[in-house]
Design a protein around this ligand. Structure first.
Ligand code: ZN
Length: 239
């Protein structure tokens, strides 16, 4: 029993059914109600990824701006969770540290400032999707995406970027054309254990077999779509 109530009983021991007691109870109830309301209000205003990538939004996201090893295509569509931003920066800088001659990597759309529908995309709604270009053999930065071919794709650098992200265990999926997956597979097959390749790549299994973190999507020959899993403690995020 609170000090307030104990004091109340002592002062009013001759009249247990004091008319002021309900008032104290009412005040305590009101205070509890306010506290619960504030807790609930705080929970609904938490920053982060809301809902799922196809039907969601972004609350107090961050904007990705040009950084070490990459450039951003359109700053209006470069909003995401803090974790998404950090992961992109981490992988781009790791690649540039490993390959000092690497050109800037082109980062396409992420999400709009508050998330929700983004023109030209089904997903990209909750700050966890990003479209990323490739490193090309000509060693130059390109302002637009263009198709990865055996003659043009810098498999070594591009795979290093992707693997850096895969090793964080924060990647939900990567969408990439089956033929482009083949270019990576040819490079990885002699070196990597089969179980690791099976975990990461859909190739050489047919496009309709939905396995592997890197999955076939026919419109993803000139870029890779990367989706990250929900940040830890992001209670309103749906994978
Ligand atoms: Zn995309």
């Amino acid at each position: 029993m609170s000090f307030l109530l104990r004091n109340h009983y002592r002062l009013n021991s001759s009249k247990v059914y004091s008319p002021s007691f309900p008032l104290v109870g009412l005040i305590i109830f009101f205070i509890c109600f306010i506290i619960l309301f504030l807790i609930s209000a705080c929970a609904t205003t938490r920053c982060g990824s809301i809902g799922n990538p196809d039907k969601g939004s972004l609350r107090c996201g961050e904007r990705l701006t040009k950084g070490y090893g990459y450039r951003v295509a359109e700053s209006d569509y470069a909003w995401a969770t803090k974790e998404t931003i950090t992961l992109i920066q981490y992988a781009a800088s790791a690649t540039l540290i490993m390959f000092s001659d690497a050109p800037d990597l082109l980062i396409g759309h992420l999400s709009s400032k508050n998330g929700g529908k983004l023109l030209g995309h089904i997903s990209h709604q909750s700050g966890r999707d990003v479209d990323v270009g490739f490193y090309h053999k000509d060693g130059k930065y390109h302002r637009t995406f263009f198709n990865a071919e055996d003659e043009t794709l810098d498999v070594l650098k591009t795979w290093y970027f992707l693997e850096t992200l895969l090793l964080t265990n924060r990647v939900k999926l990567m969408l990439l054309d089956w033929d482009v997956q083949r270019l990576f597979y040819q490079y990885l097959y002699p070196v990597y254990p089969k179980n690791k390749l099976d975990e990461w790549l859909q190739y050489p299994r047919p496009p309709e077999v939905r396995v592997g973190i890197i999955r076939h999507s026919p419109s993803h020959k000139d870029h890779v779509h990367i989706r990250f899993i929900c940040p830890e403690n992001d209670r309103e995020c749906v994978d």
